[in-house]
Design a protein around this ligand. Structure first.
Ligand code: GMT
Length: 378
């Protein structure tokens, strides 16, 4: 198939999923066309079967806010014609589904069909989509999509109850390439670059937005390092980063925390870690936890949203109430003091990722969904 993919190319879970999906589909022989305002950050250059089409947004003195949605719709229609796309897959409902709908209608005028699939990721429904200024257009974009998927049962339910969407929503979970995301001897040897022998490594990966509760990450780590020699690796960047940096200074633990910034490749850092902290206010899925689990890193996360669909409490990780930094720290301390329990749970985390969320299985579901969508709209 010739598939167009639109996503937010910046640091965020939906862009990661869209990019990894494009890479996996290209490896299966599909022709993939990313249509985005900049190259998706996890997409290296020159990959076979993958092209990138930049959306240029012209500025004009009248525009306080340049109409990106319209430039995107125009580019979607153009790329569809130039490369004879079969289907368009947009990630994150707003504004991508509405731009896709416009592109579809522009092409229909010329007798050209363009079916499109919208994948819902989380904040497009729980934050942006629920805001009264966006709710009606979010529902409209979703209901006019030829196919709709959500990344967890939780998100499907919220989309129905909060947004009032009436059409079918297929749940296709997020995934990880289990052949790439794994712990190797080489990675283990890298530990010495970040931690002294005997020190444990805790890790957090996000875009440092308030919903991620970065201060809780620091609070949990501060409690843990008083009981167990440990270091904290923070991967990513965003609005709450400097607040977090100042908190580590106030607590006198700045030298124990590595702010690594945005990284294209996170596997190496995950694979040397023992525990991932994900104390988010909300996660519709928690891709970062899944990537960590595939590398035998035990997730300690909030018991919210779609996280219980990923992590089995007490088996492949821990789930605690939002904001309960004492409970999260207690889980981490008990685990990090017991090497056997840590390795057993790490293996269970890998098993969980492998049994339900490997790319090989999940990407087939997308291929099948595209075929069904194409058949229904022909
Ligand atoms: O919260 C983020 O990290 C970004 C956000 C996005 O849309 O880019 O992530 C959402 O999509 C991810 C990929 O499907 C999910 O793993 C995250 O749980 C979800 N974030 C929230 O629901 C807050």
């Amino acid at each position: 198939m010739r598939i167009g993919i639109t996503c937010y190319p910046t640091y965020g879970g939906s862009g990661v999923v869209a990019t990894e999906l494009g890479i996996e589909l290209a490896q299966r022989g599909h022709e993939i066309h990313f249509i985005t305002y900049s190259q998706p950050f996890r997409l290296g250059g020159n990959q076979p079967n993958i092209s990138f089409h930049e959306v240029e947004v012209s500025r004009y003195a009248l525009f306080e806010h340049a109409p990106y949605d319209l430039a995107l719709a125009t580019r979607m229609a153009e790329v569809t014609e130039l490369y004879d796309l079969d289907i368009l897959h947009v990630h994150y409902a707003i504004p991508h589904s509405v731009s896709a709908l416009l592109a579809q209608q522009m092409l229909a005028e010329r007798g050209r069909k363009l079916p499109f699939v919208t994948t819902l990721h989380g904040t497009d429904i729980t934050l942006v989509g629920s805001d009264p200024s966006y709710k009606p257009i979010t529902r409209f974009g979703i209901e006019r999509s030829d196919g709709v998927t959500a990344i967890s049962d939780y998100l499907k339910e919220v989309t129905i109850s909060e947004i009032g969407v009436k059409n079918h929503i297929e749940v296709i979970s997020n995934f990880v390439n289990c052949d790439i995301y794994k712990r190797t001897e080489k990675d283990v040897a890298e530990r010495s670059n970040f931690a002294a022998p005997g020190e444990r490594i805790l890790v957090h990966l996000s875009n440092f937005r308030p919903v991620k509760r970065i201060m809780d990450v620091i609070e949990v780590f501060d409690r843990v390092r008083k009981e167990v020699p440990a270091r904290l690796l923070l991967i990513g960047d965003g609005p709450d980063r400097s607040k977090a940096e100042w908190l580590t200074v106030q607590k006198g633990i700045h030298d124990k925390v590595n702010f690594l910034g945005k990284l294209d490749r996170v596997i190496g850092k995950l694979a040397i870690s023992d525990v991932m902290l994900l104390p988010s206010e909300m996660e519709s899925f928690g891709l970062a936890a899944l990537e960590a689990m595939a590398c035998e890193v035990v997730p300690i996360a909030s018991n919210v949203g779609g996280l219980p669909e990923v992590i089995e409490h007490g088996v492949s990780g821990f789930l605690e109430p939002v904001g309960d930094v004492d409970a999260m720290a207690a889980d981490a301390i008990a685990l990090l003091k017991n090497e056997e329990a840590l390795r057993t749970m790490g293996a269970a985390a890998r098993k969980r990722a492998h049994s339900r969320f490997c790319a090989n299985d999940v990407v087939k579901k997308y291929e099948e969904f595209y075929r069904r969508t194409l058949a229904a709209s022909s």
